[in-house]
Design a protein around this ligand. Sequence first.
Ligand code: SF4
Length: 455
Amino acid sequence: MDCIPVLLVRSDRRGNEDEGGVTVSCFEHGSNQSQPLGHKNVESAIPELMQPRQPIPTPRNRKNGRRVKESKSEATGIYLPNNNILTPNMRSPDYVQMSTAAAITLGIMKGNMYGCSCTRCLNLLLTYPEGCRANCAYCGLARHREADRDYADRNFIRVDWPAVPLEQIVDIVADDVPASPFHRMCISMITHPNSDRDTVTVLKRWTKRIDPTEIPISILSNPTTMSRQDVRVLRDYGADIFTVAIDAATPDIFERTRGKGVQSPHCWKKYWEILLDARDIFGPQKFGAHIIVGMGENERDVLELVQRIVDLGGHTHLFCFFPEQGSLMDHLPATPRTQWRRVQLARYLIDYCDVRMSHMKFDSAGRLVDYGVPETEIDRIIDTGTPFRTSGCPGKFADDISACDRPYGDSPPSNIASYPFAPRTIDLKKIRHQLHRLKDGQNYTEGEDLEHLEK
Ligand code: SF4
């Protein structure tokens, strides 16, 4: 999943090139509901509330990318998402989409991102007029959105994803690899019959020109269409890390949000099968799992999953649930920050500090009440700010600092969930406030960091 950086991104969802690109200023991009259901003043998401809505039926002429394919409008160069027009017929491996943040970093879009000058991960998303054939309830790319907009115009993790010829991307990066701002490249698969084959082709075209030891490659996989042999082939062609977006923390939530509950083909068992294949083939520290926090599970559920993956030798990458515009969960509230911060901190302790879940304590509702670590140590770790940064595959700074910083992919800049930069003093004070751990004599006034944001 990746976002808006928005960027401070325009609310009309398209960069205004006449005004010099994406001027971003969107505190609420992605919140299309005027009165979202809320977990007002609660410490944790209310599980019963987190139910996907039913999709509207898709007209026949919009199913499976039909109107795009029938229009025969061929793409020429870069396509910037702009709903209300017919998208050109763009297809991987010749075309891929990338996050707005990556497009700005690559220099093919103008714009600014609050707090960071670039992203360190070049996410390449496979694209087809038919789009993703899965229907995950929290995802902006889901199949039901055929009724609303063409695939290349869909927002995903809060941002637009421009479509760009793969050769153009490779040309730009290959021109001066040592000077590239990217610490990692990631190929993001979707659920499509050609996805496995085209991922290999994108990988080969990239590695033919760019040494994968200079810019390591991750694969965000689509287990539903994959076999063990597919995993092996990706490793053999130079992929460094293999990730599986389990997303839902429990089998029930998985089924409700990604399986039969929303007429989607995914299956918990198959996701685990491919994750275990990745463990065998890629090895320790070279595989990982994405988990979304706040879809109805409790804190114990998430941390049990984190511990299970760490015990297998992998890493976990957390996302804070955000109601993606146009998704089947866009009427639901984002995860309360206090719950999110506790889980971020505990996940960091398990993933990087050798703390075990069995050291922690939970209340009867599964809420974390004791990290199992001395208070002075907790304070020291909070003050590093690292647990609250975006989690993902590592870049070149440190093992626990993700290249995949996904600026504002799970929150607006006004209420940051995953920090795409090292949290500053003002940010740490807000985080401590959210954790109910302000230091003696410290005060946080709601919104004081927003004054900082406007400077
Ligand atoms: S598989 Fe699910 S989460 Fe992934 S792109 Fe498709 S709809 Fe979105």
